[in-house]
Design a protein around this ligand. Structure first.
Ligand SMILES: [Fe+2]
Length: 161
């Protein structure tokens, strides 16, 4: 999947914004973050949760499963779907690593092209539609994702100076 490979490459580039010890877990989570879209894994139909559960069954480290569960503001969409309790079975890491994963996912489009986060948000809203779970959570998720992007970009700049 071109999107996934591009997200992993973006995560690798953003790895300077996380502690060296966290870089491998970031890139692993980037490769795995959308595994829950696989038809064979479909259970709740919410790909972050289905993906995290599958990875847990395979024995992936809990932290990787949790990053996948909560990537890209998943909790805000889970609220619309009534799946917050199930998602919260996974710890919600809210730090530079989760930010870098979300940033990588939200700055690559579904075909793997580099896009700005605003273009990505508009594209997602158009593709999913206002009545979709993503669309209904958009008013909460959009500011969350923009704030994540702002934090990651600041960290990247700080690394350069
Ligand atoms: Fe993704």
């Amino acid at each position: 999947m071109r999107h996934t490979a591009a997200v992993a490459a973006r995560a690798d580039k953003s790895a300077v914004t996380v502690a060296p010890a966290d870089r491998d877990v970031l890139v692993a989570a980037a490769w795995l973050h959308d595994i829950g879209y696989a038809e064979a894994l479909r259970d709740t139909g919410f790909h972050p949760l289905d993906g995290a559960r599958h990875l847990e069954q395979l024995g992936w480290p809990r932290r990787v499963c949790a990053l996948v569960a909560h990537h890209s503001g998943a909790r805000l969409v889970a609220g619309v779907l009534g799946l917050v309790d199930q998602l919260d079975a996974y710890p919600h890491e809210d730090d530079a690593v989760s930010d870098a994963l979300t940033y990588a996912d939200q700055t690559v489009d579904n075909k793997g092209r580099r896009v700005t986060i605003r273009v990505r948000l508009e594209d997602m809203f158009r593709r999913h539609g206002p009545d979709s779970p993503n669309g209904r959570g958009h008013h909460l998720r959009a500011p969350h994702l923009l704030a994540v992007a702002d934090r990651v970009e600041r960290r990247r700049l700080a690394r350069r100076s």
